[in-house]
Design a protein around this ligand. Structure first.
Ligand SMILES: NC(=O)c1ccc[n+]([C@@H]2O[C@H](COP(=O)([O-])OP(=O)(O)OC[C@H]3O[C@@H](n4cnc5c(N)ncnc54)[C@H](OP(=O)(O)O)[C@@H]3O)[C@@H](O)[C@H]2O)c1
Length: 259
């Protein structure tokens, strides 16, 4: 299927590893002019070089922390008018909400709610003026199935989802769509860090926990980043202009509800 986005520009946050990298790769394969952002330049350069070798395009890279104003300025300097915006950053570590300070909450809100909103604020009106825009926020299934140990994530990500529900309806008439992808368990570094944290807190072996999580999913496996890459690319396609304001689970069927 021809996605109709060759030559479009994309700013992809959290793009050196995991799902962000897979999204950058898939969009580059579709002919999109990709700007990849992450904090550490080494893995970012390596990811961009791999995409370049595969696709023949040369992604721009920006080493910046998207949770800071300076980081967002650097991102938008490299890609001032993205047609496609993918927001993504590390989730906070698991813990007990009783131990969280105000600073912990502000850091979670900065990363998971306020940074994506600031990037949308900077880009959606220009998308509307051009008559095309696609925003995809990488969120988490935790907004539908709260996990008690992920209190910061449950709370902060829900703020983003609530905000986008309104903005999406305002922008769609200009062919600017905004959707949230809600990954379940994916085979990435973030999942490994999460399981390491659980192993530390429970004293149970890492490998046992990893296998339990894999087996507990109806699919009997973790999701692969490429699966998010392909789904995201479709949401960014010319054909996806009537899909907006949606919270889309990609979780191997783990969400237990019928609707
Ligand atoms: N994997 C799962 O099972 C799963 C499930 C549900 C939700 N999620 C969420 O989905 C998102 C992506 O997960 P993933 O598994 O793809 O993560 P990952 O493999 O750890 O990759 C995260 C990427 O984001 C970059 N990054 C992190 N914080 C950043 C920041 N403040 N500014 C700029 N770049 C930043 C990282 O590079 P640098 O470290 O160099 O910045 C890296 O490129 C995360 O929010 C995660 O919590 C993951």
């Amino acid at each position: 299927m021809e996605l109709g986005i060759a030559g479009r520009t994309a700013l992809i946050c959290g793009a050196s590893r995991g799902m962000g990298r897979a999204i950058a790769r898939q969009l580059a394969r579709e002919g999109v002019i990709v700007t990849m952002l992450a904090r550490r330049v080494g893995p970012l350069g390596e990811a961009a070089a791999a995409i370049s070798a595969e696709t023949g395009t040369t992604p721009r890279i920006v080493a910046a922390d998207i949770t800071t104003e300076a980081g967002r300025r650097a991102a938008l300097a490299a890609c001032p008018t993205p047609d496609i915006l993918v927001t993504n950053a590390d989730g906070p570590p698991p813990g007990d909400f009783r131990a969280y300070s105000r600073a912990d909450w502000i850091a979670a809100l900065d990363a998971l709610m306020l940074a994506p909103i600031a990037l949308m604020q900077a880009s959606v009106d220009a998308m509307a003026a051009r008559g095309f825009g696609r925003v995809v926020n990488i969120v988490s299934r935790s907004v539908k199935i709260a996990q008690a140990e992920l209190a910061l994530s449950n709370g902060a990500r829900s703020g983003l989802v609530g905000f986008t529900a309104g903005l999406a309806r305002e922008m769609v008439r200009f062919n600017v769509t905004i959707n949230n992808l809600l990954p379940g368990p994916f085979d990435t570094d973030a999942q490994r860090r999460h399981v390491e944290g659980l192993a530390e807190r429970t004293g149970r072996p890492y490998q046992t926990l990893w296998e339990e999580r894999r087996a507990a999913n109806p699919a009997g496996r973790f999701g692969m980043p490429e699966e998010i890459g392909a789904y995201c690319a479709f949401l960014c396609s010319a054909q996806a202009g009537f899909i907006t304001g949606q919270n889309l689970l990609v979780d191997g069927g783990a969400y237990p509800g019928t609707y």
